[in-house]
Design a protein around this ligand. Structure first.
Ligand code: ATP
Length: 227
């Protein structure tokens, strides 16, 4: 069902978000805040209704059908995100339809590793695991002294943490962190002040925050130092 939309409406330049559940909805709203045009598509009339006025265009349609997507002009889009998760069949068929339409930049959300492998086989260019990634991140935040944790790729991470007790009062250049832990302090937020670049002459205050980069194992070893 096309929700009364005229065929072949111009959607070039819009980012297509398919599936307006919690993840798709939050993604679409953020894209709008960032100044992008967004076409949201969902099979559920209530979800479509809830997003009317929030996104550039919202359409009710079953996206597993390639002809429907073509008729909606999705074939002209440069970027499409399949944010359907729980219904694996719909997620895979929708991704396959986007591949057949030769959309150049297809992102798809997977709930499990095997779901992700299928999406990749079908031809998704990028597969994301929002639940798994967020769970991983939160586990590290709740169990340690970490304030923020960003995985830049599989093995390289950036963390924000308090200055470890044993380093308080030392100049960064005297800590030998690169040799001892193989980590680099990138910037520092002295208590009550703004972030600034960290240099050898920077003194690490007891209540300061530091942002540290390094390989995952090295960072984890460093982050377990008592703070
Ligand atoms: P959440 O992001 O809320 O965790 P989820 O991973 O549980 O969502 P689903 O509920 O499976 O994901 O799907 C998200 C949205 O995708 C729902 O609003 C659903 O209506 C929509 N959807 C599911 N199948 C289709 C389909 N074939 N065509 C279009 N939209 C669909």
């Amino acid at each position: 069902m096309l929700g009364g939309l005229r065929p072949q409406i111009e959607h070039r330049g819009e980012i297509v978000v398919i599936g307006l559940g919690r993840f798709g909805s939050s993604l679409a709203s953020t894209l709008i805040e960032m100044g992008h045009e967004v076409l949201g598509i969902d099979a559920d009339a209530d979800r479509v209704q809830a997003h009317a006025g929030m996104l550039t265009h919202v359409v009710q349609a079953d996206t597993t059908n390639e002809a429907t997507l073509r008729q909606l002009g999705v074939g002209d889009a440069v970027t499409a995100v399949v944010a359907i998760g729980a219904d694996v069949e719909a997620s895979v068929l929708t991704t396959g339809a986007l591949v057949d339409l030769e959309v150049p930049n297809i992102w798809a959300k997977a709930l499990t590793q095997s779901h992700g492998r299928i999406l990749q086989r079908v031809g998704a260019h990028h597969v994301v695991f929002p639940e798994a990634e967020m769970g991983n991140r939160v586990a590290r935040l709740v169990t340690g002294a970490l304030i923020e944790y960003f995985a830049l790729d599989d093995d390289f991470v950036l963390i924000e943490m308090r200055v470890p007790k044993n380093l308080a009062g030392m100049k960064l250049g005297a800590t030998d962190l690169r040799a001892t832990y193989k980590v680099t302090v990138v910037c520092i937020k002295p208590e009550g002040l703004a972030f600034t670049y960290a240099e050898s002459a920077t003194t690490l205050g007891e209540h300061d925050l530091i942002v540290v980069a390094g390989h995952r194992g090295d960072i984890e070893r460093f982050a377990h130092v008592e703070t």
